[in-house]
Design a protein around this ligand. Structure first.
Ligand code: HEM
Length: 387
């Protein structure tokens, strides 16, 4: 859907999936999120016993990847069980990001991959070839099964909804299912994992942040019972940590191209004629010092102070994009952040390993934010906390 140019066509395609991402639907899949999170917490516990450092960014990608694959296909790709959290979705994203500038200015290169023999793609981009093969297999299965199913059954997973007999035939081709599958999997994996990496970095780097958060979580979480999302959302400091993690992770940092086809846009003293492509990186909004003073710093309290002043700072965050093309997975992204940050801060402490702030500093635009050395990566030793 993200590459659909015509606005009405985009709205139609987005409409097929929008129900899956309503707040109600996301609450309904709380057991799925909790099941995957429990596996991650077990892996943290194991690492704390062994005293080994973990690549937390890879671990978070395994979590978010396993959630989104299950929600899309009814079955996880099970990266959380892989020794190094190996994940072809992430591998594929990183391979495509390496040629991001070329792809942006020569956009025909990406579709070309679809026409190359799979052995050639596997030679240049092995993870991309592997994830394309998995997505193709699941899409083919869905198309085959859905032709035999009734309409109600065809709405249980996203791939079933996309291949439902209720969708016009030219909108439920294998090509369309492959496209949507790749967007859902890549959108649902790396951006939430980057936000979790930012949160984990500051929980490890500034003990006062971890201590404040633990003190706030303690009354709700001390008896080990499950705490519903609605209750976590009421916690002001946790909310500040979630919002700072989103602000400093930027989502997609590239300028998303936008065209208002029939409207003159007014920006300060400029009139932008209808039909002119415009775009702005989330970086400039999220780092605007007039809205977020001292923007480089991770300050959960700024959200508490703003809400005491009656200000809604969230409207200035551009991490999920804005408007009719903004992230469809926003509610799921928030749920993943609230549940995961609460669970890990309550039970674990992190000691950074071969990681400094430079590893999560946005200095390059590769679609996603990149550090000087490449993709973001937070490594840490994990130790279990007594509760
Ligand atoms: C912290 C979490 C997340 C962040 C920061 C994020 C960020 C973004 C951004 C910046 C966009 C592009 C918006 C634009 O072009 O203006 C986007 C689009 C999209 N995201 Fe997310 N995302 C997150 C979570 C998710 C999740 C969990 C999914 C689940 C599948 C998802 C699926 C998508 C899809 C399918 C689109 C395309 C929407 C469209 O074209 O209408 N995202 N996301």
């Amino acid at each position: 859907m993200i590459t659909t140019i015509d606005h009405d066509h985009h709205r139609f395609r987005r409409g097929i999936l929008s129900n899956f991402f309503s707040k109600k639907s996301v609450l309904n899949i709380t057991p799925l999120i909790q099941e995957k999170l429990a596996i991650l917490m077990e892996r943290f516990e194991q690492a704390s016993q062994e005293g080994v450092a973990l690549d937390l960014t890879a671990a978070f990608c395994a979590l978010t990847g396993d959630i989104v694959t299950h929600y899309t296909y009814g079955q996880s790709f099970n990266s959380l069980h892989e020794e190094d959290f190996k994940n072809n979705i992430r591998g594929g994203i990183l391979e495509l990001e390496s040629t991001n500038h070329l792809n942006r200015f020569v956009p025909s290169l990406i579709p070309l991959l679809r026409y190359m023999p799979s052995w050639l793609v596997a030679y240049f981009k092995p993870a991309t070839a592997a994830i394309m093969a998995e997505v193709t297999e699941y899409s083919q299965n869905a198309l085959r099964k859905n032709s035999e199913q009734d309409l109600e059954k065809s709405k249980q997973t996203m791939v079933q909804a996309l291949s439902s007999p209720a969708i016009p035939a030219d909108e439920r081709t294998l090509y369309r299912l492959q496209e949507e599958g790749m967007i859902l999997l890549s959108g649902g994996t790396e951006s939430p994992a980057n936000a979790l990496s930012v949160a984990a970095f500051y929980l490890a780097d500034e003990n006062s942040i971890l201590e404040r958060l633990r003190a706030e979580l303690q009354p709700a979480m001390c008896n080990g019972n499950f705490v519903p999302l609605a209750e976590l959302e009421q916690l002001p400091y946790l909310t500040g940590v979630v919002n700072e993690a989103l602000r400093l992770s930027f989502g997609l940092i590239s300028r998303p191209p936008r065209i208002a086809p029939d409207e003159v846009l007014v920006y300060r003293e400029y009139d932008i004629p209808a039909g002119t492509p415009v775009g702005m990186s989330s970086y400039f909004m999220n780092m605007d010092p007039t809205i977020f003073p001292n923007p480089e710093s991770f300050i959960p309290d700024r959200w508490i102070l703003a809400s005491e002043r009656g200000e809604n700072l969230t409207r200035f965050i551009a991490t999920f994009g804005k408007g009719s093309r903004a992230c469809i997975g926003m509610n799921l992204g928030y749920a993943e952040l609230y549940f995961t940050i609460a669970a890990m801060a309550h039970r674990f402490k992190f000691e950074l390993h071969e990681t400094t702030q430079e590893n999560i500093r946005a200095v390059r635009d590769r679609g996603l934010p990149f550090s000087k050395d490449g993709h973001w990566r937070v490594k840490a030793k994990v130790s279990k906390l007594a509760n």
